[in-house]
Design a protein. Sequence first.
Length: 336
Amino acid sequence: MKKLLVAMLIAVCSFTMVFAQGATDTAAEAGKYPADTLNYLVAASAGGGLDVVSRCFTPQWEKELGTKFEYVYENTGNTYLVAMNDLNALDSDEFGVICGMPEAMLGMFQFQDSTYSVEDIAWIGNVYSDANALIVRADDTRFNTAEDLIKYARENRITISTPQALTSANITARIFVEASGINATVVPYNGGAGARNDLLGGHVDVSVGGISTVVKSPDQFKIIGIFGKTSPVTDIWPNAQVQPEFAKDFEMPDLVAHCSIWTSKKIAEKHPDIYQMLCDTFKTAFTSDASNEALVTAKQDRFIDYIGPDDTLSAAIGFVDTLKKYSELLDPKNNN
């Protein structure tokens, strides 16, 4: 009797799962998002930059999808690994996306004990691009350009602060020191705020971080070099040199950092129609006039840079190639 009851229970559960899957697929084929909510995982704390930017365009994305977004903040030491686990643990009729920094995630994949790789990601699109920069105190007369710093640091030792070890800023700093041949000690902090505070306090000479982190504080900070081909801040720091201007006798890879949206390959392959719907509705919402107005109002428009799924994937693969090329230099285990 017990065996019969167990068999009946298994049959009922299997039927329920198949029925739910069928209903989900039918709704997607009809062009309707099939769930009441979309889990929107932010790889940062509430109120931070990713949260602020997200809330400029997600209202329009909700309208395009015809659903509500459930914000979830992932802010642990293994943020991206936890977020990916959470995505893959969703029920078959639940869906989710992550908003975060691909370079930080891919660094975790490369240098931590992770079963994930870039192949486990299904990209939806890019939100903004923010080149890392050489940041000094506004009143530091030693450095007005990146060339000033390189010349000085080839004769004198300096200290460079960065956010956490696996951030794109720390990776950029280490490759810069190695490539340029300057005498520098790179010190990763537990977050960008500490790295910048110690710069202001005179405990370090330079900080490497995103332009966006200091763009609102030109009275405190000065950007002298940008690890990119163009400068979005010529109106604030006209003397800031871009990479081709200061990397004259050495080479560096493209290390522009991004904020992107993605989901798991598992979800995308199981529900291709829904994945395509997420890509299409994100583009429509993000590039809408309403989202642009919200970004301008929030003063987040300077770095906005929509890139589609294929080009976002290409940028990610290029970054992974850089991590592999400089693996010995960048592995935190070798920098203790």
